[in-house]
Ligand binder design. Structure first.
Ligand code: HAM
Length: 454
């Protein structure tokens, strides 16, 4: 993304669309809240995805790939009928057989469904899974918010221990740290379980009842339907009413309280920045006990400062007819992480081939590419090859550090000339030795040493 796009957290499709419109009457804009990830940007995506793969593998998580659309019922039951996601944000449609389907707004519901459909509840516990892919929510477009966005996430099934909550949080922490995200903190809270939460909910309602008429319409709406979500209110004028609200940890039953204390002491021993946030409740209904978010106050994220959110959800597998199965997980927003990770080095080939013989140039390129050497050649606009000097200009433009010059005379003797483009020096190399020599040069350069001129 350009600096301006990063500033606002998403690309302004309307500007792009109008630019296209001026050159063509048939230009079609991408839907609002969606965008293309262009070459140059995809490099950063790939780096983050492969880093995530390494971090997940090291912690024993295995990949799962789910469908991008599911039966609408799945999200209604998992995420909750009273949540904003289900009420306002789902992309729901009816297919040709009159089934109600929904583009997945989040990953956990589909993973839980697959956990049961795939018989994973019969595997030995814990079952630790990770996923990556696009999610869809019809949200208002603020900085750091898209309507199609990507998550990387994990879900761990089969352990009720606070050790699992702590591990899950530490894996998120490791991913963000290794990716180079600075200045984030882990906010945690416990919202209890179905045994102790009702008492907290009633205490909260009783506390807020006298000032209900002064609160924003969203809060008034949530008062009966989902009072815990009132704690998430960001409206400035309401904040004074939330100063001294009852806190969920004061209402925990013995089991939840023990779990909470174990978790906080495990996290305190990890030397990570953990902050207790009494108002953290999360926007999905399936959570029990632990909820957490990895939060960063970088202005480039705008109001969307949550990089990663998750928690424990001990009842969800049962909701879908499975055996009692404690579980915990999280998901991180890839676009938000990439806003923080900033500019990335541009693409350049390792080597450019200059030759008067098209067939030999292509053959040489295929040989080097088979050895994973990034290789470009000159593509003339007409059939005839361009002159050597024109091809060398292309080689310069490509920024490849080395050029292979394959003239007829060299080719006839089974050799090529290898030119170091920054030093300007050139040497004759046997074609059979070219791949090995280029690998040595590339590796030396990657290791940050000055390679010896060929
Ligand atoms: P969530 O908090 O709804 O949780 O989303 C997780 C992360 O996805 C957010 O922290 C944010 O970084 C990113 N995100 C959410 N909405 C958008 C958006 N409109 N545009 C850009 N990024 C966005 C879940 O989805 C849960 N399924 C997490 C979980 C997994 N809990 C347990 N297991």
């Amino acid at each position: 993304m350009s600096g301006a796009e990063q500033e606002s957290g998403h690309r302004d499709n309307s500007t792009e669309g109008s630019r296209q419109q001026s050159t063509s009457q048939v230009a079609i804009k991408p839907p609002r809240g969606t965008y293309d990830i262009l070459p140059g940007e995809t490099d950063a995506w790939q780096r983050l995805e492969s880093l995530a793969r390494e971090v997940f593998l090291a912690a024993g998580y295995r990949e799962i790939r789910n469908p991008i659309f599911e039966h609408t019922e799945l999200f209604k039951r998992a995420v909750g009928e009273t949540t904003d996601i289900v009420n306002k944000e789902m992309y729901t449609f009816t297919d040709k057989s009159d089934r109600s389907l929904t583009l997945r707004p989040e990953g956990t519901a589909g993973v839980v469904r697959a956990y049961l459909n795939g018989g994973m509840h019969r595997w030995s516990a814990p079952v630790k899974l990770w996923y990556a892919g696009p999610m869809f929510r019809y949200e208002s477009l603020k900085a750091g918010r898209q309507r199609q966005f990507n998550q990387i996430g994990l879900e761990a099934f089969g352990s009720a221990s606070a050790l699992m909550d702590a591990e899950v949080i530490m894996v998120a922490h490791a991913l963000l740290s290794k990716a180079g995200v600075n200045n984030f903190r882990v906010e945690i809270n416990s919202i209890g379980c179905s045994a102790c939460r009702p008492a907290f909910r009633e205490a909260l309602k009783a506390h807020l009842a006298p000032c209900l008429g002064e609160l924003c319409t969203d809060c008034q709406d949530r008062y009966e339907r989902n009072p815990l979500r009132m704690l998430d209110c960001k409206v400035k004028a309401d904040q004074s009413h939330y100063q001294d609200v009852p806190v969920s940890v004061d209402f925990l039953c013995n089991d939840c309280s023990e779990h909470w204390h174990e978790l906080t002491s495990l996290l305190n021993a990890q030397q990570i920045k953990t902050v207790y946030n009494k108002r953290l409740v999360r926007g999905l209904d399936y959570y029990t006990k632990t909820v957490f978010e990895l939060v960063c106050d970088d202005p480039r994220l705008g109001v969307s400062s949550t990089l990663c959110g998750g928690g424990r959800y001990d009842n969800l597998v049962e909701v879908f007819g499975g055996p009692p199965t404690p579980a915990a997980g999280w998901a991180a927003g890839v676009e938000r992480l990439l806003i923080l990770l900033g500019g990335q080095p541009a693409y350049r080939p390792d080597v450019f081939i200059v030759s008067a013989n098209q067939a030999e140039a292509l053959k040489l390129a295929c040989e080097l590419r088979a050895e994973n050497i990034i290789c470009e050649l000159d593509y003339p606009t007409r059939t005839a090859m361009r002159s050597f000097s024109k091809q060398l200009q292309q080689a310069n433009k490509s920024s490849a550090p080395w050029t292979v010059i394959a003239g007829e005379e060299e080719l006839a003797s089974g050799a090529v000339a290898l030119k170091d483009m920054s030093a300007g020096s050139q040497q004759r190399v046997a074609r059979s030795e070219l791949g090995r020599l280029l690998h040595d040069l590339i590796n030396t350069q990657k290791a940050g040493q000055t390679p010896a001129s060929p």
